[in-house]
Ligand binder design. Structure first.
Ligand code: G3P
Length: 222
């Protein structure tokens, strides 16, 4: 499974890219607004840090407007992936952008039937938002299971399943078990994924034993 970072904070992207585990980055208008920076500048900077798909979302609501906004973004770098919403105009824009060989991430997906439409339009990836379904008492992971199983039935679909709106490390574990192609993860969840109390206590014990052995060795050779 590929791991993308779900943030527009360049310092976080540098930090986690250095771990060697980041395959791409997703941003959205909320995340870019939170960074307080100029959209195009942030996208260009991220492209210089991570060599993989970098999602940049358009805000127009009509296909012509989406394509017009997408073109200068796609010109920033060949890794820029245009994010369009899963609405009829977004599907139209997907088709047109794919004809120009621009990568497209169809976002705000909340059902398997929406995902099928995204795949039919030629989306490079589709982003089901699992946390927002959990928030209202539905089971986000069930949607991932439905989409993964559905896409497996149709090898001609070239659309990757990108699990988004991830709220905890267990979402990542379940996504991997289900065979989702990509999981986009907020930085704080990557921190949770890497840490385990037994790793910390185990490391402390190893270091203590090592130190004790060095001290004992020093005592016998002096
Ligand atoms: O990037 C899209 C998605 O991951 C947003 O997540 O937490 O705002 O539902 P969230």
């Amino acid at each position: 499974m590929q791991i993308y970072l779900d943030t527009a904070e360049v310092e976080d992207i540098r930090k986690y890219a250095a771990w060697g585990v980041i395959d791409g980055v997703t941003t959205n208008p909320s995340l870019v607004a939170k960074s307080g920076r100029v959209f195009e500048e942030v996208i260009e900077e991220i492209c210089g840090i991570v060599d993989g798909p970098i999602s940049a979302e358009v805000t127009a609501l009509d296909a012509d407007g989406m394509v017009a906004q997408a073109e200068p973004l796609a010109a920033i770098h060949s890794n820029v992936t245009i994010k369009v919403p899963l609405i009829p105009e977004g599907l139209k824009a997907t088709k047109r952008l794919r004809e120009k060989d621009v990568k497209v991430n169809v976002t705000l997906c909340f059902s398997a039937t929406q995902a099928v439409l995204a795949a039919k339009a030629g989306a490079t990836m589709v982003s089901p938002f699992i946390g927002r379904l959990d928030d209202r008492g539905e089971r986000g992971m069930a949607l991932i299971e439905d989409i993964v199983r559905t896409f497996r039935n149709y090898p001609q679909f070239n659309t990757k399943v990108l699990v988004a709106s991830v709220r905890n490390a267990d979402h990542v574990r379940q996504s991997a078990l289900l065979g989702a192609d990509i999981c986009t993860i907020p930085p704080k969840i990557l921190d949770k994924m890497v840490s385990h109390d037994l790793t910390d206590t185990g490391l402390a014990a190893f270091l203590k034993d090592w130190e004790n052995a060095q001290t004992a060795e020093g005592a016998t050779t002096s």
